[in-house]
Write a protein that binds this ligand. Structure first.
Ligand SMILES: CC(C)(COP(=O)(O)OP(=O)(O)OC[C@H]1O[C@@H](n2cnc3c(N)ncnc32)[C@H](O)[C@@H]1OP(=O)(O)O)[C@@H](O)C(=O)NCCC(=O)NCCS
Length: 185
């Protein structure tokens, strides 16, 4: 039987990102703390036009699937979730997640959104493997991924330099069978 709750959790859903989200996204992309957790490129603000282009690219649905994370009850944008770099011939993808405002973190939204992303990746796209990278100083993200069953697969040693220190970037992955064992128990 088809499952009815694809893209919808108990509190959040994975939705389209629209031009009305641009002011919120521009705010996040002006927050250096957010940018330094999310990306290794220089923490440099983006304009609405640049983000609009990024969203359009992300939502093409060929090798990238970008979602907005929203509460089920309102249209507020809590965060972004993206499956990208999908290689159909191998059944693999990268995944990334961000909850934009610090005050919305630690409330369980990230966990639920990532669980929905894995459902989408393994049950809808029928992928074999999903992987991600995270910076060694991002303990919240590392805890989230490990608690969802991602396996630490490798370390890009001293991959970043920030505030005069070098930091590792860690690679995590989860296979379809491993995910099935977690969700089916
Ligand atoms: C990382 C992130 C996505 C986690 O989402 P979240 O909604 O804050 O996390 P949740 O509330 O769902 O918590 C899930 C788990 O993550 C871990 N976690 C979350 N916040 C944490 C914190 N401040 N310190 C340590 N662990 C934390 C815990 O294991 C937690 O499980 P628990 O509540 O059972 O202990 C979010 O903090 C975020 O978007 N940060 C900024 C951008 C970013 O870092 N993106 C990831 C780049 S790799």
């Amino acid at each position: 039987m088809l499952q009815s709750n694809l893209l919808r959790g108990e509190r959040v859903g994975l939705t389209a990102v629209t031009p009305t989200d641009l002011p919120v996204l521009t705010k996040w992309w002006s927050d250096a703390d957010f940018l330094r957790l999310y990306d290794s490129v220089p923490a440099y603000p983006k304009t609405e036009a640049q983000l609009a282009k990024r969203i359009e690219e992300g939502q093409k649905g060929d090798t990238t699937f970008l979602f907005g994370i929203r509460p089920l009850s309102t249209n507020d944008l809590l965060g972004l979730l993206e499956l990208d770099g999908v290689m159909w011939s191998h059944g693999t993808s990268f995944v990334s997640i961000a909850i934009g405002e610090a005050e919305n973190r630690g409330k369980g939204y990230g966990r639920e959104a990532m669980q929905l992303a894995l459902e989408f990746a393994f049950r809808e796209l029928n992928l074999h493997r999903v992987c991600l990278t995270v910076f060694s100083y991002n303990l919240a993200a590392i805890n989230l991924y490990e608690s969802l069953g991602f396996i630490r697969e490798g370390i890009y040693r001293e991959h970043l330099q920030r505030d005069g220190q070098r930091h590792d970037m860690i690679l995590y992955g989860q296979l379809h069978d491993e995910w099935l064992q977690i969700v089916d128990g």
